[in-house]
Design a protein around this ligand. Structure first.
Ligand code: MF3
Ligand code: CO
Ligand code: CO
Length: 273
């Protein structure tokens, strides 16, 4: 893999890993903050009876009203601002008019563009009162994301990130989805490198100051295998068991990393009340 200064990089995915300077960090801070504020804004709305379509429409208005553009709208034909993945839906759940019900868990994933920069983040939301297995899965998934983030510093590798996530999640008798991964982002939505949520220490790409990417582990209570529904988007667990995901957009710094999508209201993980 070759590394290029982001200023000289083409605006199409060409396999190179971009290295960004202060201007990129400033841009990603703004984009990341708006995405995180959108998830904060939705927290009190996620209750039994609300539809994911209503949540999506509210997210759309919030992003537009605050100077952003929803990156998913029109992306590869996708028609919505958010992905809303309920219970056994792993990711890319399409917002629907069906009301959420007590005991559901839902991931809301939003990506915004601000001044050309992408902020991509997701969190799990409990709907009403959820059972202990669901609560445990949500906590394991959040902790696995933060352990992956803790492995980010120059000189470490993408394999170190994946290993930290896999070791912890599997140690908790959960499984890691292999079919989707984190990704470089910046002026592009999905760029190099791929960030697998499993791996071996020292393998993969060496991390360098100025790299921007997401970490977004999907963790299952059952088997890791997924299937895509006939709508072409919705990914579900084959065994229909529960799955959870959290996502942050981060930038590699001299010492470690900066998280661009931290919740300004400290709504990092449930309970949000
Ligand atoms: N936000 C998702 C991610 O984390 C991508 C969604 S693509 C869409 O990469 F088209 F489904 F919106
Ligand atoms: Co992402
Ligand atoms: Co996302």
């Amino acid at each position: 893999m070759n590394y290029v200064d982001a200023i000289d990089a083409p605006l199409e995915r060409d396999g190179s890993i971009k290295l960004h300077g202060p201007e990129g960090f400033e841009g990603m801070r703004k984009a990341g903050r708006l995405a995180a504020e959108c998830l904060d804004m939705l927290a009190p709305m996620v209750k039994p009876g609300v539809s994911t379509e209503t949540l999506d429409r509210t997210a759309f208005e919030f992003v537009i009203d605050n100077g952003g553009v929803p990156a998913c709208l029109g992306y590869r034909g996708y028609q919505h601002t958010t992905c809303t993945s309920v219970n056994h839906v792993v990711c890319h759940g399409i917002p629907s008019p069906k009301p959420l019900k007590d005991g559901d868990i839902v991931n809301i994933d939003v990506t915004v563009i601000v001044d050309g920069w992408h902020g991509d983040t997701s969190r799990m939301y409990p709907v009403g009162v959820i059972n202990r297995r669901a609560e445990r899965l949500i906590n394991i998934t959040y902790d696995s994301l933060m352990l992956g983030i803790a492995a980010v510093k120059p000189g470490n590798t993408t394999g170190d990130i994946g290993h930290a996530i896999q070791k912890f999640a599997e140690g908790e008798r959960c499984s890691v989805v292999q079919d989707f991964c984190g990704h470089g982002l910046g002026k592009l939505f999905h760029d190099a490198p791929n960030i697998l949520h499993l791996g071996r220490p020292g393998q993969g790409e060496v991390l360098k100051e100025g790299m921007f990417f997401t970490i977004e582990p999907m963790i299952n209570l059952g088997k890791p295998t997924v299937k895509i529904l006939s709508d072409g988007w919705t990914a579900v667990t084959r065994d229909r068991k529960l799955t959870a995901q959290f996502e942050h957009s981060i930038g590699v710094t001299k010492e470690g990393c900066e998280i661009f999508t931290l919740s300004p209201k400290d709504l990092h993980r449930p309970p949000y009340v």
